[in-house]
Write a protein that binds this ligand. Structure first.
Ligand code: PEP
Length: 255
């Protein structure tokens, strides 16, 4: 049985005070929600403040990136063990913004994911096609290639520690979500690939949908059999809207 997992990716937003205020607002809204995993991914500079504010709660902390080395001459980078030391249990790797703006490759994502697993953290591995690729009917080919490269060499016995995030690039930050049917079709394909690589453990890997998830469309997306939660950008910046997504609160006039 896969537990739904909801992660708010704050990207380059919030200083320490704003981050702590968000946590104070979120925690009462999600109290007692034991059936779901809730994850906050602040910028590196707010990780410590969020860890402190989350102390004693079941909400988990994530980084938005990591360097695969444990230590060394890598100016500006942060190692998996440093994230663990701050209380991180997850890190996002391969977000489309990092792939598009910072040259992140599938092989680089795989080495980050392996390093996170070795340090006891769970990688949230992002994949997804661009609009041009979807329009050219290349979605499944793109997903197959990204999965093969981004998960290459990861140990089968750690498959259950992985989280996948299917995020069609054209739906990120655009207000234009995939329809539940489109998302389910992609998730079912990702699931097939995961089972092919990891055997029956692949069926237990949580697959999040990401791309303009909001309170109005969360319920319909989460009703799909292979959608196990969401990676949320814009609507994750407010505790109120993020908690509504976690509660799957379909709003009147939902799309
Ligand atoms: C994201 O950046 O991962 C994302 C899904 O953003 P948004 O929810 O704003 O589309």
């Amino acid at each position: 049985m896969r537990r739904p997992i909801f992660a708010a990716n704050w990207k380059l937003h919030k200083n320490r005070g704003e981050a702590a205020a968000y946590v104070r607002e979120l925690l009462p809204r999600v109290a007692g929600m034991d059936g779901v995993e809730i994850v906050l991914a602040p910028p590196f500079t707010a990780l410590d403040a969020v860890a402190t504010a989350l102390a004693g709660s079941a909400v988990a902390l994530a980084a938005q990136n990591v360097h695969p080395a444990a230590s060394g001459a890598f100016t500006g980078e942060v190692a998996p063990g440093m994230l663990a030391d701050l209380g991180c249990r997850f890190a996002i790797v391969g977000h489309s913004e990092r792939r598009a703006l910072f040259g992140e490759t599938d092989a680089g994502v795989a080495s980050k994911a392996a390093a996170l697993l070795a340090a006891g953290l769970r990688p949230i591995v992002c994949i997804g096609e661009t609009l041009e690729q979807r329009d050219a009917d290349q979605t499944f080919d793109v997903l197959r290639t990204q999965l093969a490269g981004s998960l290459a060499g990861l140990p089968r016995n750690r498959a259950r520690d992985l989280v996948l995030a299917y995020e069609p690039v054209w739906a990120i930050g655009t207000g234009r979500s995939a329809t539940p049917e489109m998302a389910q079709e992609a998730h079912a394909f990702v699931r097939e690939c995961l089972v092919a690589q990891f055997g029956e453990a692949g069926a237990e890997i949580q697959i999040q949908y990401g791309g303009s998830v909001k309170p109005e469309n969360a319920a319909a997306l989460m009703a799909q059999p292979d959608i196990d939660g969401a990676l949320v950008g814009g609507a994750g910046l407010e505790a109120e809207s993020f908690s509504k997504i976690i509660h799957f609160e379909a709003q009147e006039g939902s799309s």
